[in-house]
Design a protein around this ligand. Structure first.
Ligand SMILES: C[S@@+](CC[C@H](N)C(=O)[O-])C[C@H]1O[C@@H](n2cnc3c(N)ncnc32)[C@H](O)[C@@H]1O
Length: 217
């Protein structure tokens, strides 16, 4: 499974940013046809808006991917201490390039299911478009919770099933087969119940087949 994920993101590393940011006509068509027009740029903006522009604590961005959505905000948060982690060296290489001039940001390779940080080390854990890719979601939820300080914020967005038959078909028949996504996936209700058990102050929204939220440990 791990090799499948690495090879999937190695194959897509050169088109990833274009597809997610809808940089070309074909990307816009793909999003319109298969994702009911949900704009990842807009979802990313909403997720990033949960983090104040004067944030000065410790933040973990997992998975950072190429940092296409996050690098500009991380660059501005000069008083923060930011760790960016991803499993794929190919994706991480692009994040490293984008963030190389910022000493307050570190990029490291790792597995969200076994984070190399002590308990309660972050004020914010951000997970953008990650949980639909993570192979062991239970461990990923446990580990992101473990490294958060009490009162810290868990902020995330990812695909949920049950919102669009077309998107669910694409995820099941294409994206999961290639390794960009890894089942099982949550429905909105399942996720709400789970977050409700682990966290308080759950502020959760959906946009098409994407969910985004902030909650507190
Ligand atoms: C869809 S990309 C999202 C990247 C970025 N956050 C974004 O929004 O563009 C999913 C990322 O999850 C990473 N990933 C998959 N499994 C992982 C794991 N077990 N630990 C850490 N990262 C993982 C992949 O390498 C890939 O870069």
């Amino acid at each position: 499974m791990a090799d499948k994920i690495k090879s999937a993101y190695q194959t897509s590393k050169n088109i990833y940013d274009d597809v997610l940011t809808q940089g070309s006509f074909l990307s816009r068509l793909y999003i319109r046809l298969f994702w009911s027009g949900t704009d990842d740029n807009e979802v990313a903006r909403k997720v990033l808006a949960y983090i104040p522009d004067d944030f000065d604590g410790a933040l973990l961005d997992v998975p950072v991917g190429t940092a296409v959505f996050t690098w500009q905000k991380w660059a501005q948060l000069k008083k923060a201490r930011i760790t960016c982690l991803d499993y794929s060296e190919d994706m991480l290489a692009q994040a490293r390039e984008r963030l190389k001039d910022y000493a307050h940001v570190a990029c490291i390779q790792g597995d969200v299911g076994s984070l190399p940080m002590p308990d309660a080390s972050y004020d914010v854990v951000m997970s953008m478009n990650g949980f639909h890719a993570f192979p062991d979601k239970e461990k990923a939820f446990q580990e992101t919770w473990r490294v958060l300080k009490p009162g810290g914020a868990f902020v995330a967005c990812f695909y949920i099933k049950g919102k669009s038959r077309m998107t669910d078909w694409l995820v099941r028949r294409v994206l999961s087969k290639k390794g960009w996504f890894t089942p099982p996936f949550h429905t909105e209700d399942e996720l709400r119940r789970m977050l409700g058990k682990m966290y308080r102050e759950v502020d959760m929204h959906t946009d098409g087949s994407m969910v985004y939220f902030r909650c507190r440990k």
